[in-house]
Design a protein around this ligand. Structure first.
Ligand code: BES
Ligand code: ZN
Length: 612
């Protein structure tokens, strides 16, 4: 690796790639096509955020002050915005004449601020708009306790710009301080050093000392309480949920220790989780120091906590070593999926993690089938330029990415691979990484010209090829083979399912989805009360089966599920299944019309296109 590239922290650096891995031998600089900011030429190093959150008016008002170092002497600082009203701008205390470009469909509007070579502080007074895509404002009925309104943000991938005027690309990092005025009686939390109790003023101060990219900016405001798990981990939730959340996440402390044991020290101080109201549109978000989680992981038996292992793992893969652009998204998610399974293996044994690997493999097979294996988005290195970065969001970066790493592990041996990963995280901490740089690093530090190994890995097929490469690892989990024999005769015996975890159930349901008729569904339901399950993953699979088999006794519970759960992973396939079945389209329209208001703006955006 050329020393210059290391010194430059990789971004914007040409690097000669001597491995057989790349499609070409020379990589191009990491140009991020999803930011309009020029902060890669003007160092934008620190944010001082001073905002007030109004849960009544559903807006954020205040100012963002950026510390800059304009060493290249440019005369125009560009920042990203999306539906923000900019009231005024000062550069070093002097009013500046700013201007805004017309909005791009995906990227929003660039805010132009005139600066001089010596300019050091740029302060922007602004308010958020009604179409802020990062913000979900909940009315009391949409929360767990149904007493107070709530706000949470979701900034990944390019939504931070809808609540902060900022350089909104994963390749630009900054530290921040914030002062947030919340409504009386509410607590505010950020991806930073956090308060644990409310105060009378409802003004809270935050500090994030490690440089992070904008997509990790996060804020939650509501009636939130805290309960410690151990000295450095704890849980936040609404009062009515705190006890069950604390119980479900009791192993968090152990999880952080396990992760550190694998890949080196946790570098962010505390690790806390906030369990959000059910409309949170995703499973989890790795906001530094404070993972945001869906409440749908609360299965009552701790069986879905691998999601927390995943978000925690991002404290290394993603938050420490960050994908340079959204084209390199697999570097965040594939590594994290791999790391997640290693944490789960350490905690629960390989019998358990093998089930997760197998689940992932099956998800990949389905995804590639659904995307048709010629689809360009089944490559690890994808091309999102000129597209919505959300188009790159699929199971591919997660599952194909982690299976690629597993393949390397299988070939070089775990000890060598772990040493490599430890060094990788350490040497690139707080830096960005492109696919090409990773492959070059892999080549010089692990493959080292071993041509037999190169042939066995076939990196080119994995990274630049579509579909599932022939050498993809496969799994044969003992526990699932047991399920196979236990379920050979229908219906499954009660004694068999007693020992099943969520993952055995998911395997079984996945296997029979689409091959089960109404009568069999009825029989299964009588024996196992699947319609009434409190486990969201099992419920989701069961409702999908019910729709396919027209098993109507489950429809009432499915509607109840759709009335309050906002997790897109569940919503979108259920509505799609209904819309694909002519007889169920009216049901989809009726349910969507009734509960659309409960869904996140981004879920509404995609469902509006689907449910017509
Ligand atoms: N960082 C992702 C969530 C994300 C990705 C948000 C892309 C927006 C754009 C997070 O770490 C994640 O992967 N969450 C998963 C859960 C995980 C266990 C696979 C989710 O939300 O389903
Ligand atoms: Zn993730």
């Amino acid at each position: 690796m050329p020393a210059l590239c290391v010194a430059l922290g990789f971004s914007g650096c040409n690097l000669r790639n001597s491995s057989s891995a790349g499609a070409t031998n020379v990589t191009t600089p990491a140009k991020d096509h999803h930011t309009l900011s020029n902060a890669d030429s003007i160092a934008v190093t620190h944010l001082w955020l001073d905002i007030a959150v109004s849960l009544d008016q559903k807006n954020i008002t205040g100012s963002a002050t950026w510390t800059i170092s304009n060493t290249s002497g440019l005369s125009d600082l560009r920042l990203d915005t999306w539906d923000l009203t900019i009231d005024s701008v000062q550069v070093d205390g002097v009013k500046a004449v700013f201007r805004m470009d017309a909005a791009d469909k995906y990227l929003g509007s660039a805010l132009h601020i005139p600066i001089a070579a010596a300019s050091a502080k740029v302060q922007i007074w602004y308010k958020t708009g009604k179409k802020a895509r990062a913000l979900q404002w909940l009315d009391p009925e949409q929360t767990h306790d149904k007493k107070y309104p709530f706000l949470f943000t979701q900034s990944e991938s390019i939504y931070a710009r809808s609540w902060i005027p900022c350089p909104d690309g994963p390749g630009i990092r900054f530290t921040y301080d914030a002062r947030v005025k919340a409504p009386a009686g509410m607590l505010a939390l950020m991806s930073a050093e956090n308060p644990q109790v409310k105060n009378d003023s409802a003004i809270y101060h935050f500090r994030m000392e490690q440089p992070i990219p904008a997509y990790l900016m996060a804020l939650a405001v509501g009636d939130i309480v805290f309960d410690a798990v151990d000295a450095r981990t704890g849980v936040y939730a609404e009062p009515g949920m705190i006890q069950s959340a604390r119980w479900e996440l009791a192993d968090m402390g152990k999880m952080v220790n396990t992760a550190e044991h694998l890949y080196g020290p946790y570098r962010w101080g505390r690790y806390d989780v906030i369990v959000l109201p059910p409309s949170f549109p995703i499973g989890g978000m790795e906001n530094p120091r404070l993972t945001f989680s869906t409440p749908t992981i609360m299965a009552g038996d701790r069986s879905l906590v691998s999601l927390i292992a995943h978000e925690l793992a991002h404290s290394w893969s993603g938050n420490l070593v960050t994908n340079a652009t959204w084209n390199d998204f697999w570097l965040n998610e594939g590594f994290t999926n791999y790391f997640e399974r290693r944490i789960m293996e350490s905690m629960e044994g390989s019998g358990y993690s093998d089930m997760l690997w197998n689940e992932g493999y099956e998800i990949l097979v389905d995804a590639v089938r659904d995307m048709k294996d010629t689809s360009r988005d089944t490559k690890l290195s994808i091309e999102l330029n000129g597209r919505d970065p959300d188009d790159g969001f699929s199971d591919i970066p997660y599952e194909k990415g982690s299976l690629f790493l597993r393949l390397i592990e299988n070939n070089v041996g775990r000890a060598r691979f772990d040493t490599f990963l430890n060094r990788y995280f350490n040497e690139h901490a707080f830096k960005t990484m492109t696919t090409a740089h990773f492959l070059a690093y892999l080549d010089s530090n692990l493959i080292k010209g071993d041509t037999a190994l190169q042939r066995k890995l076939d990196i080119k097929a994995w990274v630049y090829g579509t579909g599932i490469p022939a050498n993809c690892p496969k799994f044969n989990p003992v526990r699932l083979r047991r399920v196979d024999s236990e379920t050979a005769v229908f219906p499954v015996a009660k004694e068999s399912v007693k020992g099943w975890s969520t993952h055995e159930w998911l395997y079984f349901l996945h296997k029979i989805t689409g091959h089960t008729d109404k009568e069999q569904m009825k029989k299964l339901d009588e024996m196992y009360h699947l319609t009434l399950t409190g486990n969201s993953e099992i419920a989701f699979d069961w409702f999908m089966m019910a729709l396919k088999a027209h098993y109507e006794p489950a429809y009432g519970k499915m509607e109840e599920f759709l009335s309050h759960v906002g997790r897109r992973k569940f919503l979108e396939p259920l509505y799609k299944e209904m819309m694909d079945t002519p007889g169920d389209q009216d049901m989809a329209r009726r349910i969507y019309a009734a509960y659309r208001k409960n869904y996140h703006p981004l879920a509404q955006e995609s469902l509006d296109k689907m449910v017509k």
